[in-house]
Design a protein. Structure first.
Length: 465
């Protein structure tokens, strides 16, 4: 005698906010129509959502009565077992999905201590989302947006979704049940079309001798040029910390000839990266993450700003050589080199924090060490406070487990999405706290954040008066 929601077909009425256009399909295992608790809950939540939409309050997350919206998610498979308070927190704080885990760059400053890409040997372990699970997450949010009557990303606090943490955009490939590969073009397109969010593309390069990777890079450049509205940025990491240049630094004194081999491998690699991405140089969203340690730091001088300028000079010389051997006109060469110089002129020496592997490079304690230690100790005693910290956001791992990450610690929550690999193990994150944040604590802190923000705005207005 129980009623279950099989599926809900909806068409969101963008221009007519009075109608949701839902057509729920129900089945009953009894001829007597006795609504189940879930069905009753869904209907009440739907009515409340319609009231919010009519009043215009649906566009403000902070006006939602979460108890009255409980049940609106019923029938969406990925949210099976997830309550609406948890969904609200995801709407407000979700910033990342780790579609794939692992990175081949081996940068010695990696703040998340990314490990090499490895195929899981244990059938109980995974290192990436399946394409079906990835699609399930995105389509789940899209369907929920439809039920709520949301037609704009403005409702969501974060307008950007990053599909990686400890991986390189060039290396991310998701496979479906037929073993067909889906690359970043499909990942970006689906995030944008299903969740109305823009995506970040970030790479430290690829082996120029790999025909497959070179073709993939050229494909990505053409896709970005044709679909730049789907991106919030496309970044190239340029720094002295890549494993190839780190090998150069390791051998420069003991074996200069061997060191130079590694140096050439890195400068050849990066010259090819910039040559391939040259069509994007004039785009405002194209950025070079140009980083090195400050000259006063107590560390190997080859990781510092002055040495990095020499590295940039060597890459530029090889880039210019590639331009001259191409079909570029002298005017085009001059323009592209000027753009390269402009984008590499400033080295962001203050954007590196002693987190992850970088801690082993810096020999003495700095103010940054003290700041990180202070925040880590606070996370140990008051982990929910990390939601206030700079960079604090939710991350969905490739098994559907949700974490709170503040760039210092990875803190497990009690939120678990219902995907096929929900019971699989994933590679451990760096600095994962041995605790689990509960939804009610996170909700309390999240709403405190809203109150503090209002107080700050009031103070700012008072000061201006």
């Amino acid at each position: 005698m129980d009623i279950t929601i099989n599926n809900i077909n909806y068409s969101t009425c963008i221009n007519n906010k009075k109608s949701f256009g839902y057509t729920p399909n129900f089945t009953a295992n009894s001829q007597e129509f006795i609504p189940s608790q879930k069905l009753q809950q869904y209907k009440k939540a739907q009515q409340y959502a319609e009231q919010l939409q009519k009043s215009g309050k649906i566009w403000d997350l902070n006006t939602w009565d979460l108890k009255k919206l409980e049940g609106i998610q019923h029938g969406i498979e990925v949210f099976d077992g997830v309550n609406f308070k948890q969904i609200y927190l995801l709407y407000k704080h979700l910033g990342m999905i780790t579609t794939s885990r692992g990175c081949s760059n081996g940068c010695v400053h990696c703040y998340v201590d990314a490990k090499p890409i490895q195929l899981p040997k244990d059938p109980k372990s995974i290192s990436s989302l399946t394409w079906e699970d990835f699609s399930s997450i995105l389509k789940g949010f899209k369907e929920l947006n439809g039920r709520l009557g949301l037609t704009s990303p403005a409702i969501q606090s974060k307008k950007i979704l990053v599909p990686f943490l400890d991986s390189d955009s060039m290396e991310i490939i998701l496979k479906d049940k037929n073993n067909i590969e889906h690359d970043m073009t499909e990942i970006v397109r689906n995030i944008h079309s299903n969740m109305n969010k823009k995506v970040l593309f970030d790479t430290a390069g690829w082996n120029p001798k790999s025909k497959r990777m070179q073709q993939r890079a050229e494909k990505y450049v053409q896709y970005i040029l044709a679909n730049e509205n789907e991106f919030c940025g496309f970044n190239i990491s340029l720094n002295p910390f890549h494993k190839l240049n780190a090998k150069y630094i390791e051998y420069i004194k003991s074996n200069p000839e061997r060191a130079q081999i590694y140096r050439n491998l890195y400068t050849d690699r990066m010259a090819n990266v910039f040559y391939t991405f040259t069509p994007l140089f004039e785009n405002n969203q194209f950025r070079i993450l140009n980083r090195a340690l400050p000259n006063p730091f107590d560390c190997d001088p080859n990781y510092k700003v002055d040495a990095h300028r020499q590295l940039i000079k060597e890459i530029r010389e090889k880039l210019e050589e590639k331009y001259h051997t191409s079909n570029m006109t002298p005017e085009e060469i001059e323009k592209n080199l000027r753009l390269f110089d402009e984008k590499t002129a400033e080295i962001a020496e203050k954007r590196l924090f002693p987190i992850g592997r970088l801690k082993s490079i810096i020999k003495t304690t700095t103010e940054d060490f003290e700041f990180i230690t202070k925040n880590h100790l606070e996370n140990l005693t008051k982990p929910a406070n990390a939601i206030h910290h700079y960079g604090g956001e939710f991350i969905i791992d490739c098994n559907g487990k949700v974490y709170l990450f503040d760039l210092i610690d990875m803190i497990p929550t009690d939120i678990q999405l219902n995907i096929s690999n929900r019971d699989k193990q994933t590679p451990p994150f760096i600095s994962t706290l041995n605790t689990e944040l509960h939804t009610d604590d996170l909700l309390k802190k999240s709403k405190e954040s809203k109150i503090l923000l209002k107080l700050k705005n009031i103070i700012r207005k008072f000061i201006k008066l």
